[in-house]
Design a protein around this ligand. Sequence first.
Ligand code: NDP
Length: 268
Amino acid sequence: MILDAFKLTGKTAIVTGAGKGIGRCIATTFAEMGANVVCVARNIDDLEQTAAAIRELGAQALVVVADVTDEEQLKTVVARTLETFSGIDILVNNAGAPGKGWGSIEKVGMARFEDTVRINLTSAYTLSHLCLPALRDSQTPAIVNVSSALSWMVDRNFTAYAAAKAGMNQMTRVMAYELAPHIRVNAVAPGAVDTPATSFITSDQQRRDEAERWIPLRRFGTPQDLANGVLYLASAASSFVSGKVLEIDGGMQALPGSAIQHTLDNLD
Ligand code: NDP
């Protein structure tokens, strides 16, 4: 069966940022496909809700409270995963945010810039590094990074975030080359997705309408739109794909740059 290629039966997946938004949906989608899921974020209540949804689907969940910007806490994530499930097959580096580096270049100095790079890029590198020995022991190892359309779109105030996500794209390609042929490394680059992170737009109908007018598919993405792409890249369905950044953005990349700029200017 072709659909069997999407199954994750018996696999163990670590998903960072699994407390809400896209990460929670990736975690429950993996569970639906049969994976054990390790849910990582800082807020335990959010993580417990994700874990409850996973268990309701008949899969196993492990909650590990950790800040992905702290290497010692990432070591604990790996150790607890191996104690509980004895292996790691899939790593999804999803945790990310514009962070303290959001703002004008005048205002954002080294500390704020580095905060954003640490959340979005350094954390993904470090956790991939720490998971490598276990991934090498897996029969079907895959790393999926969650990047952003802002890795190629240009918007003011996002210098640090855009640089970090563009770095993530290139990190994905270089890691894919270095870790081939055994470990596959890919990324998704979401456009505007309806999550708690974008509620400042989606909760205001006028701002939402204005944003959606400029998305070729005329709507925000859902977390499931992203989770479907991550499932493809994490599963055997994409076994001949590595080093790819998959845009899941409602067609935004097809727009001329001027149209994108118009959208962003109207959201300021
Ligand atoms: P949300 O803010 O809805 O969720 C982010 C998740 O990451 C939360 O569970 C949060 O939990 C966790 N997280 C944030 N910082 C840390 C940290 N330092 N350590 C551990 N966990 C952390 O975001 P989205 O679901 O919208 O975004 C998910 C990914 O998609 C991010 O990488 C984001 O950059 C990317 N993206 C999103 C887009 C969108 O339109 N929504 C567009 C483009 C990219 P907690 O705070 O409890 O730690």
